[in-house]
Design a protein around this ligand. Structure first.
Ligand SMILES: [Zn+2]
Length: 232
């Protein structure tokens, strides 16, 4: 497993979840590196959305993986004396055997791995995997099209997918563990304050602890929506 211990000083600035031009990132990796150095970061980990078995415009393809590795090496040669650069992926858990624990991801030479859920099965067809991570208008449309407007099914399925991912393993950091809470609470105000919602979150936290994994604190939505994943 990746040794996070060498990020020890409380003053270290670091980020281990960074998307790239190989997935849905909004700038080339080099721009992130230059900016991070300017801001005084000591460590920066890249984590493009991994290759995935379902159709997704946000994920890198297997054919792009070597280019991504080559770019990390190039940036390490150019900037490695000023910042520690790490090579990771945010790997999708899709279904049993199709996620971070698969042979394909285990054999990749990654420094560490983030495991995340962005897709859950449609309510009446487990073969159809639906993206529940996008912006709210798209999420709302999919609620009717794929989930019979059953928000509790969506939330519970998201967390059961997360639980299954933790059980299967193959990764170091749990990505945005309660991400569904944002779209779900737009759909039904206050849903993430309901006791049953609390319970599935706490059960997941306990499972993460039991497996000795790390949960990221994802700050992506902080400025826009005043919310961390996991939220307070
Ligand atoms: Zn993600």
């Amino acid at each position: 497993m990746f040794d996070f211990q060498h990020i020890t000083q409380e003053t270290d600035l670091y980020n281990l979840h960074t998307h790239t031009q190989y997935c849905d990132g909004h700038a080339p990796m080099e721009e992130f590196v230059v900016e991070a150095i300017q801001l005084g970061f000591t460590h920066l980990g890249f984590s493009p959305h991994s290759p995935i078995s379902v159709e997704s415009p946000c994920n890198m393809t297997r054919e792009q993986v070597q280019d991504y590795f080559n770019e990390i090496e190039r940036l390490r040669r150019a900037y490695g004396d000023r910042i520690h650069l790490y090579n990771s992926m945010e790997i999708d858990y899709v279904s049993v055997g199709d996620g971070p624990a698969s042979d394909y991801f285990r054999q990749l030479p990654l420094d560490y791995r983030i495991g995340s859920v962005h897709f859950i099965p449609a309510i009446d067809n487990p073969e159809v995997m639906v993206d529940i991570d996008g912006k709210f208008p798209a999420f709302k449309a999919r609620m009717g099209k794929y989930f019979d407007c059953d928000i509790e099914y969506v939330v519970k399925k998201f967390f059961s997918q997360m639980m299954a991912m933790v059980e299967e393993g193959g990764f170091d950091i749990v990505g945005h563990m309660d991400k569904i809470g944002f779209n779900a609470s737009q759909y039904r105000d206050g849903i993430d304050e309901e006791p049953w919602f609390d319970k599935v979150v706490i059960d997941l936290f306990e499972n993460i602890m039991d497996h000795g994994l790390t949960s990221e604190i994802n700050t992506k939505a902080w400025l826009q929506h005043n919310r961390f994943y996991p939220n307070a």
